[in-house]
Design a protein around this ligand. Sequence first.
Ligand code: MG
Length: 379
Amino acid sequence: MVDGTAAKPLRVERVTLDEIALPLREAFEAAWGGEHVRRFWLVGVHAEGLAGWAETVAGEAPLYGEETHAGLAEVVRGHLAPRLMAAPLARPEDATARFAPVRGHRMAKAGLEMAVWDWFARRAGRPLWKLLGGRGGEVPCGIVLGFAPPDVLAGRAEAAWAAGYRRIKLKIRPGFDAEPLARVRRALPGACLAADANGSYRRADIETLAALDRFDLDFLEQPLPPEDLVGHARLQSRMRTPVALDESIRCVEDVETAWALGAARVFNVKPGRVGGFEEVRRIAGFAGEVGASLWCGGMLESGVGRAAALHAASLGAFDRAADLSASSRYFAADLVVPPLELSPRGTLRIPDGPGIGVVPDPERLRRFRVGGFELNSAP
Ligand code: MG
């Protein structure tokens, strides 16, 4: 039992889902498509006059993962929130067990589970990383650059490196790989550089991908489709660069399988994608045992989701820079005040107030809220 949470069980009185549409400063493009407005559910778990907060990461279209923004709300409404409110939760980990009978839908589960953790940490008056078993402090961060002409990318990469970001990650896809990587590597010979293909290559491209070794990448992320662990293992056996997996990883068992096959050496772990903080802790536990390397990815979250990810990224096995940027990188106005700012050392400080350490700003919430609903426990 984590101290501070033993006091009294959580009887969830109300679950709120506020639909938020947060305008992006510029469209962010990856191999699966692009977005101009980030639409997500701000999840609130309410009890004893306290609220725990989280945000969901499912996209409007099922292009990154299988879940969708609209479908997620139906799963929460019809299947997850009723289970959460059916009986008190003695500890935050109980939420995971409560949701276990529902197959998949990890992004939906994460929305509620992470809000439950935030609630317990707030009630204990402690920062969430302490409950999770993390180390607190600052998290080194890298930047992810969406598709743009190679010269434009080189300029953006130089600016990001000068701003202190610890790693520059380029989005690549078939026909757009060696040229932009060569251009950025020429501009920044000593920089930590990585590439993310979002599963856009096929096994027939393995030689092309293996040739990317010459750019001394920190890792090559998700070159092949999420289901193709055997293909990733073949590629890793042909390549010095560590292969990293993102979309392939839904849970700790996926990490174990990929590790056993030699499909990857590095794993991108996003709490909002794997079902929440408890699954992140399981993955971190396994990675610590076998020596796998982790980093915490971003999902274009507002400050609520990024603050939550920072707490998770302070667990011991997260030994590579997180893909988490300052608020101003993506949004003209964030949902939280004050915004998360990058230090000159290329780090984001983990907010040290209770829970995730940030709350949605009421004025911003009114401005960017486009819908929503609430669910009440039976009296
Ligand atoms: Mg990725």
